[in-house]
Design a protein around this ligand. Structure first.
Ligand SMILES: C[S@@+](CC[C@H](N)C(=O)[O-])C[C@H]1O[C@@H](n2cnc3c(N)ncnc32)[C@H](O)[C@@H]1O
Length: 261
């Protein structure tokens, strides 16, 4: 638009829109808010609409301080936040969070921020080879930025996560060296978002679910999102089984289980 075309008080004002780079949403619909509150009730958490909204706003602010992106919709992130809150309300102590598949660390940092705000501190164990997005080079397909230890560390520092709160294991979740580093840790919340093949998710479930403490949450991403049929098949099998975790609920792209005794 040249200067001579500048809008006047009487003309239509053009509002430029910067479209999202990925297909994900950073909003919550009325229906999603309702479903989130129903979910909170199901996990024994008392939460209000304003809790849910403030978690969403805080998450977006944190993502804004990070390089890279949160790879998912806000609704799934808030649902994970509700699980973290429920874990804290039950345990009343700093909680241990595990994430398999970290990418830029944005999800982990948001959950850490929430857990730290509730308990004063929180611990993160992050596992990701940080070698690229499913073999498509070491650059993120959406942002074009390197998926690297340096970028995860930058995001952790930019969001005041102290070094002592984080164990970053830059390896595959099934690497024997990872198992050794994880050792005898017990987690209160585990987010499985790494290898989405059937063998990959099955291996993560088998190794990490027993490392979630009784009553802790196991959250699986990309369930019934139309992209990862192997995730659907594996989760459906666990829903039908009577293993060491019981199915709680699914909505949006998330399936939630709770570790049984
Ligand atoms: C969808 S992204 C994770 C997004 C992140 N959880 C978030 O919410 O922003 C998937 C990540 O899983 C990692 N990954 C793939 N296979 C893995 C494995 N076996 N162990 C750990 N991470 C793995 C990839 O390197 C990639 O960074």
């Amino acid at each position: 638009m040249s200067l001579s075309e500048a809008p006047t008080a009487t003309s239509n004002v053009l509002v430029p829109v910067l479209r999202r780079a990925d297909p994900f949403s950073r909003g919550l619909t009325d229906d999603q808010e309702k479903q989130l509150l129903e979910f909170a009730g199901r996990i024994g958490l008392s939460a209000s609409k304003s809790h849910v909204r403030s978690m969403g706003h805080r998450a977006i602010a944190i993502e804004g301080r990070c390089v890279g992106r949160l790879a998912g919709d806000l609704v799934d992130l808030v649902l994970r936040g509700l699980c973290v809150r429920a874990a804290f309300e039950r345990l009343q102590r700093p909680i241990e969070i595990l994430e398999i598949g970290t990418l830029f660390g944005v999800n982990a940092i948001i959950l850490h921020d929430l857990a730290r705000s509730l308990a004063g501190s929180a611990k993160l164990t992050l596992i990701d080879p940080l070698e690229g997005y499913y073999g498509r080079g070491n650059r993120d397909v959406v942002t074009g930025l390197p998926i690297s230890v340096e970028n995860v560390r930058f995001n952790l520092r930019s969001n005041f996560v102290c070094d002592g709160d984080v164990e970053l294991i830059a390896r595959s979740s099934i690497d024997p060296a990872t198992a050794e580093l994880v050792g005898s840790k017990q987690f209160d919340f585990a987010f499985i978002d790494g290898d989405h093949s059937y063998a990959g998710i099955a291996a993560d479930w088998k190794f990490y679910t027993p490392r979630v403490a009784s009553g802790g949450f196991i959250v699986i991403d990309n369930y019934r999102d139309g992209v990862y049929p192997d995730v659907d098949r594996f989760v459906d099998e666990q829903i039908a089984s009577t293993g060491c975790a019981r199915f709680i609920a699914n909505f949006a792209r998330t399936a939630v289980f709770q570790r049984t005794a």
